[in-house]
Design a protein around this ligand. Structure first.
Ligand code: ATP
Length: 333
């Protein structure tokens, strides 16, 4: 598997900068997730790496060789799309072996490669079915298998699970990650789902407006967000941002506290009234209006006792309070 390096990569559509000044290392054998809100440029960057778009500036090094001007077929990368892009008239066997057939591999070689990949992906029993006879998750596995038989230098995934229901998505996340780790695959995975990024990535790259806001391991990004945007984007429910009296108390323009870091405490300094309680079964989310009118979400145990009058107070460790300057940058603790 291969290391991919981006140096000063930019792409414009007309006057619009879709992605700019990207410097990034995609380490060999690791799972890198591009995450960010819709329109932030993550798919464009993936397509630049794949060669489906031409970059205006910059270099793309794959194992040290600049491939920015190499056509997609010469880059040795495999892309797995959300739509799966399977051939509907071909069986699973035909789909899996297609790339090898095009490459004029001998029939025996194709058959043995297809069988080994089918075994790896639990598709052995489905080899004679057509895509229409498969579930969403099975189709997704065929799409991955089709890429695997080509033994690419790296896998590029473009929101591959967004067509699946929540339960299957969770299962496929786990399967893709397991396969990637077992085979030591270099992977880049695009998603707008921060939970997917947190659970799958070795390295998360957070994008906004075509630029990288932060990169790091999931825990680094959760614990030490570089700015208010990243702090709000990573973590669910979202970090609470407070201005006014509470921020003054901490000598900053805005403070941030994650819902899971608020502790019920009658002597706590964050006082307010519970407006709604969301019961999730394993936990409850309290939506609280603070004395200055701002709203706060707190993550509590399911059996949380809300007083009849709704009055409640929270405390939080100083180490769990983030402070942001007027430009949204995180201030040191
Ligand atoms: P999503 O999660 O919605 O797919 P994204 O982060 O992947 O979003 P991109 O698809 O990379 O975003 O698009 C980045 C920006 O570039 C968007 O504002 C989009 O409208 C614009 N863009 C993308 N492709 C083109 C194109 N071919 N021509 C013009 N503008 C484009």
């Amino acid at each position: 598997m291969s290391t991919i390096v981006l140096e000063g990569v930019s792409k414009r559509f007309g006057d619009y900068l879709a992605t700019g000044d990207i410097d990034l290392v995609i380490p060999s054998g690791q799972f890198t997730v591009f995450v960010g809100p819709s329109g932030c440029g993550k798919t464009t960057l993936l397509r630049l790496i794949a060669g489906l778009e031409d970059m205006d500036e910059g270099r793309l090094l794959i194992d040290g060789t600049d491939m920015a001007r190499t056509p997609p077929s010469g880059r040795g990368l495999a892309m797995v799309f959300q739509s799966y892009a399977l051939y509907p008239h071909m069986t699973v066997r035909g789909n899996l072996g297609f790339a090898l057939k095009i490459a004029r591999q001998p029939a025996g070689e194709i058959a043995s490669q297809v069988e080994s990949v089918a075994r790896m992906l639990n598709l052995d029993a489905l080899l004679d079915r057509k895509p229409a006879e498969l579930s969403g998750g099975q189709r997704q596995r065929v799409a991955i298998g089709r890429a695997l038989v080509r033994q690419p230098k790296a896998f590029l995934f473009d929101e591959p699970l967004s067509n699946l229901d929540a339960a299957l998505r969770g299962q496929m996340r786990f399967e893709i990650r397991r396969l990637q780790q077992e085979l030591g695959i270099t992977a880049i995975y695009v998603t707008h789902d921060q939970a997917e990024a947190m659970t799958m990535a070795d390295q998360i790259v957070v994008f906004r407006n075509g630029r990288i806001e932060q990169k790091g391991t999931p825990l680094e990004i959760y614990r030490r967000p570089a700015n208010k945007f990243v702090a709000g984007f990573i973590g669910s429910p979202q970090m609470n941002f407070l201005n006014g009296m509470y921020a003054d108390h901490y000598h900053a323009t805005t403070i941030g506290i994650r819902p899971e870091h608020l502790k019920l405490d009658p002597d706590g300094s964050l006082k307010g009234a519970v407006r709604t309680v969301e019961h999730l079964g394993n936990e409850a989310l309290l939506h609280v209006q603070l004395q200055d009118g701002s709203m706060l979400t707190a993550r509590c145990s399911e059996d949380v006792a809300v007083p009849a009058d709704g009055d409640i107070a929270f405390a939080t460790d100083r180490s769990s309070v983030y402070r942001f300057d007027p430009d949204g940058r995180t201030l040191p603790e």
